[in-house]
Structures are given as structure tokens and as C-alpha cells.
Write a protein that binds this ligand. Sequence first.
Ligand SMILES: [Fe+2]
Length: 452
Amino acid sequence: MSTIEVTENLGATLADQYRVVRAVSEKLCETLTTEDYVIQPMPDCSPTKWHLAHTSWFFETFVLKDRLPGYRSPHPQYDYLFNSYYNAVGARHCRPKRGLISRPTVDDTYKYRAHVDAAMLDFLSTAPASTLAEIEPTITIGLHHEQQHQELMLTDIKFVFWENPLRPAFRPSDIGSIGEGSLAGMELHPSGGMPIALDGHDVPVPQWIDFDGGLVQIGHEGSGFAYDNESPRHQTYLQPFSLAKHLVTAGEYLAFMNDGGYRRPEFWLAEGWTTVQTQGWNAPLYWEQHDGEWWQFTLTGMRPVDPAEPVCHVSFFEAEAYASWAGARLPTEFEWEHAASTLPIAGNFVDNGLYHPASPLTPNNGGTGIDQMYGDVWEWTQSSYAPYPGFQAPPGALGEYNGKFMCNQYVLRGGSCATSLSHIRPTYRNFFPSDARWQFSGIRLARLGTTA
Ligand SMILES: [Fe+2]
């Protein structure tokens, strides 16, 4: 293959990938109004406008300014406004004040995206093969970075709309509104186990799937993209363990609540119990009672809590307390990865357009008997977010991408209904602080195995 063919192929391939990913970000915004783009209801949530600009800044900073001769940003201060946390790049705007920026306008932000897109596509069609080969890993990180922000755009706009008493819907739906439907009665747990009484407090009994444990390989190696925090691949010893066949359902979680789960300190870690007290938690985020029935806010508006769907928007503290109440524990991230490593990557991802976790209607277990490992909700693990043996952050600004956050956070696995299918893999490590619950985060139980 000639050098010219390599240039054309790599440049064209990257251009195709770039167009697809960048278009998804804007497609997600098609139902937003100008006012929706600007609000920042808490420091963890960035305005939609900021996400759109920051993901463009990433390509501008790490590709165009270095590699496209003569490239100029539309505004010299964008570098300051849209740098998220890269100290090596320079000073930046205060994160909690992103919602106070009315300029650039939404229209100017889209013009900024178009400016960066035109430059990127120009670069990809004209750069020498050697340059493209050098920069390809950075462009690929930029595309995965944009997919991460697409999920954050959804979780953040959900919190924005939740703060609005009108409870606007991100996407229209024909599902009933407040005043319709009922949670009365009994529902059959999807595992086929005992029925869950919505006004009851019986501790549900999961169906357990056993794993032998032993010496297993953890982490990424080989071709294909992975973040630095997924390497090096290494050996870990696992005791025999069992994982629950299904995610914890809303009906099961309601039994925990009905049994005084949020009022009984014996289930909670000390810091978790303090958080319950100070935050006034008595249910998952986005749940509220109307006329004695539990409803939840979704990206398609308010709807009754479906007891068969996975419980969602719980913190690590809540996941841990539920597991304690249920006489089980959370899996380690290594148990999760070992169990998931041979499963097909399929499930309820953002590609489905549901924007909400769903009941396990279609088994996806690859013959192992375990369901919903991928998609629906990120699964909290008991593993602290820490470097793998031999991990070293890469040199330069992009070395700040993951490594410097390995403190006071827990690992979540598997992706959610807001994650792109093409973004996830068995070794993927997400991470959030123990009190975070505005992500699509849920619970799978584990216990010591019985196969030893
Ligand atoms: Fe970012």
C-alpha cells in the first residue's frame, strides 16, 4: 500500500468517525430551547452549551493548534472558558460558575463547533500520513471524550429539568402523566422469585450465579481503544463468588425503604448515614410521592415507579446500605469484569432512545445466566478507584485525563441507558464520589461463592 493510500484511508476513516460522533451531540439537543442550554443547577452539572463548547475546545487544543498551520480560535478567551481541568494547558474559568456565562451565546457556540469541525475535516483531508498516524490516538481519545460528554449532557439536563417545577420532558412520550396509573397491588419480580408487595418490606432473595474465582486476568491489552486507567492488564486472585442474576429492581428497593431503610443507621456506613441526615434523603433521586404513590422524573417526564425496572439514581452509600439490608455486598470491580468479560456487549444503551433503564425483557447473558451486565444502569462496585499495578499516567496534558482523579471515588461498571453502545467495553472503569446520584447508577448484589 502506498503512502498516499494510507493518507487517504486513515484520514477518511477518522473523518467518518468524527462526523458521526459530533453529529450525535447536536442531535441530542434537538428538543432544547435556548434557555435550556445555559442553566447550571449544581456545580457537578455543566450547562449544555458548555459541553458543546468544551468538546470542541478539546479538538482545538490537542489537535488543531498543534497540527494545523495557521489555525486560529474564534476568540482568544475560549481557551480560558472551556478548559475543564487541564493544568498543563493553562488557567481556566471557575467550574461552579459555568452557568453564569451568557456569552458566547448558544448561536455563537454552534458557530464555534462549526469552525472547529471545518478545520478538523480540512486537517484530516490534507495532513501527511505520518502526521495522521501520530495524532490518531489523540483524535480517538477526543471522540471517546465527546461520547462521555454526551452522557453527561443527558444526566445534567435531567437535573436541570428536575429543578423546574413544570417538570419538562427532554423527549416527548405518550406515557401517562401525574394522576394516571397506579402502583397498587403486587408485581412479580422478573427473576421469577417471590412477588414484591409495594407496601411490604420482605427482603428479596436474588437468584445467584456462581463463579469459581481463582487467578484471573483484569484490564485491557491488545488492539482497540481503551483509556489509560484500564491498563496494565494484570493478574488478580478472586475468591469464589456469586453475582445476582438481575439488577436490584425498584420494587425491591421500595421494600428496603418500607422496612425503614433510610431511618435505620445499622445499614449505613458512617459517612453515608451522615449524608442521609444532612441531605434529607428518603428515596432515590428523582422519586417523589403523589397521593401516597411513588412517581419518578425521567427524561420523558413524570411516570409511576415501575417495580420491575432497575432502581436508578442511587449513590454508592445507598447501594451499600441496600446490600447490607439484603444480607449481601456489592461486587468488586474485578469480580464484575471477570463475569462480564465473555458476555456480548448488548443491552439498553442510549442508541435505543429509551433514556431510562428497562425491565430485562430480552435475556442477554451469553449462556451464563446473568442479565443486564451492560447498559441500563452503571453498577456500583465496592472497589475504590485506584491505579492498576504498574499504572503510569502518560506524559503531557492528556496524562491529566484519568490518573489525578484516583482518590475518594468508587468504580462503576457496564454503562447505562445514557451511554453509547460503541463507548463501552468489559474493562471500562467509570468513577464517581460516594454521594453522587445524578448519574444513571444502580445496584447488583454479590456474595461469597458456594462453589469452593
Ligand atoms: Fe471533558
